[in-house]
Design a protein. Structure first.
Length: 217
């Protein structure tokens, strides 16, 4: 995607709008049977604004916006019972979505495969995932280097079967009929790789237990 950028990696407002309209058009081709063009465009521009508030380099935002908006629209399908599937929708939430929830999502995606749909979010997301977290996960064969922190939105909660929180307090809305768990885990932010490994291994154990429980029940 050709973008006009300055030395700081910013693109003009007109260029951004044009790219977001193209994103909306691509998403409309995927979701047109369930959502109108106006709804999809609304989600695209709203998703951009939510990510834009935390991003320092604007040049990558349109592509990240497409991934984020697609994820939100898929969750909205589930929340409105417009999309039936046999997979469990699982949401992991921590404060910054740059450590614990990203590791949990990585493990669940790897271990659960097609049996799960996995999302993660933060009540106050950072700009990027902790490098130590990315390295620790790479050590066990899970690449999360292309993931990015995302803000918590209502439809991803409504579209989840299980919501796992990690130190984010009351930020996550409560809806009936869902499984809620709060995992008490150390925050890897600012910690060295050895400490992150300990947190990683504890998260894996909890993910394995959760997955087995969901499948067997």
């Amino acid at each position: 995607m050709n973008q006009k950028t300055n030395a700081d990696g910013f693109i003009s407002v007109d260029d951004i709008r044009g790219q977001l309209l193209k994103v909306a058009d691509r998403l409309h081709k995927s979701f047109k049977e369930n959502f109108g063009a106006e709804t999809i465009e609304k989600y695209v521009f709203e998703s951009f604004d939510l990510l834009d508030a935390k991003s320092e380099v604007k040049v990558y935002l349109p592509s990240l916006t497409e991934r984020f908006a697609r994820e939100r629209l898929q969750a909205l399908l589930k929340a409105q019972n417009l999309h039936d599937h046999d997979a469990f929708d699982i949401l992991f939430v921590c404060v910054h979505n740059s450590g614990r929830s990203q590791m949990a999502a990585g493990f669940m995606s790897k271990l659960g495969g097609e049996r799960v749909v996995v999302r993660s979010a933060g009540s106050a997301p950072k700009e990027s995932i902790s490098p130590e977290v990315v390295e620790a996960m790479a050590e066990v064969g899970i690449d999360i280097s292309q993931e990015f922190p995302k803000p918590l939105t209502d439809e991803v909660v409504r579209g989840s079967d299980a919501v796992i929180t990690m130190g984010c307090g009351d930020a996550c809305p409560i809806y009936p009929g869902k499984r809620y768990e709060d995992w008490t885990l150390d925050d890897p932010a600012g910690q060295g790789l050895e400490s992150v490994r300990v947190i990683r291994d504890e998260i894996r154990k909890r993910v394995e237990t959760l997955l087995a429980d969901l499948i067997n029940n």
